[in-house]
Design a protein around this ligand. Sequence first.
Ligand code: GCO
Ligand code: MG
Length: 402
Amino acid sequence: MKIIDAKVIVCSPGRNFVTLKIITDEGLYGVGDATLNGREKAVVSYLEDYVIPMLIGRDPQRIEDIWQYLYRGVYWRRGPIGMTAIAAVDTALWDIKAKAANMPLYQLLGGRSRDKIMVYTHANGLDLGSTLEQVGKAIDQGYKAVRVQSGIPGVAGTYGVSKNNKKYEPADSDLPTEDTWSTEKYLNYAPKLFAEVRKQFGDDIHLLHDVHHRLTPIEAARLGKELEPYHLFWMEDPVPAENQESFKLIRHHTTTPIAVGEVFNSIHDCRELIQNQLIDYIRTTVVHAGGISQLKRIADFASLFHVKTGCHGATDLSPICMAAALHFDYSVANFGIQEHMAHSEKMESVFTRDYRYVDGYFTPGEAIGHGADIDESIAKKYPYKRACLPVNRLEDGTLWNW
Ligand code: GCO
Ligand code: MG
């Protein structure tokens, strides 16, 4: 089998998506997600100008060799743009291999390790009352796990919460909007929020929370400690993870489980946190962490240190990434949970998929390959529109982590 063509499809059905399609001489093709929120065109150029010309004529069945070729062969290793491009190629090649084997992808990955995949959804509200309402709605929809984010009294425009009544999409403007952040107000409010959620909804629902890289280690330690009575499933990204040793301080102070990894693109980014058992969940996912091939390596490594998976699944990861992630989740031994932030109907109209949701759980479906595809004629109706992620400033104007 030979790769004879590959193309990049960019569309914006309410948000930007980049999709790679790899076509073989045997009529089989595969698709992979290549979306890097707010920097989409950089990956498009990386794929079109460098990667695609290198793929033509290669045997698509040599997934590992092509992965190494694109990783080692570039000399400039790692980084979000290159690794997103590699992920797209890798996903499309696994799709082709599973189609050639006439199997759903999870079978090729070793078969299923579970019957269904627990997902967590988002409950976001501008204030306490509306947040509680959203948690109630999620529980009514059958979700067993809910991520709770709420507007903070006295702080305008908090992460995870829509500014209007539209669905929350962080890349909300042509150039970055500026949010304001107050650690003090957040730390005073977050424990009260979770006390109320537990009081109203009891102990059986799993609760998650995303700190979105905004604290220092000692502040994260305080938050983790104060949230202990509400036994969170996890506290996500408490601090930026460049300085991984700093997680020791958080760990020494709290038993609240910690999840990190959505901005990681390499197994090397995960290594220190995993091997020192400084986290409980590794959140790398297919599109930003080098595809199924590298995700398997990360999960196997994590399994040695009691760390489970918790793949990122925000709307900026396309339904193709979600499909691939669900096949991975189905098969991997140390699965923890999968994020599910529902795409809008308009976004979903561009993609076909076989995965389905029933009562808090997903299954990837039995279609051959990963089961997702892009409808190019519908995609054409939605041209690319630049949209950037916001930046964050402290109340005195200091630039902070968003
Ligand atoms: C999450 C994430 C997202 C990111 C987004 C950035 O946990 O789902 O933190 O909401 O902010 O993916 O593009
Ligand atoms: Mg997050």
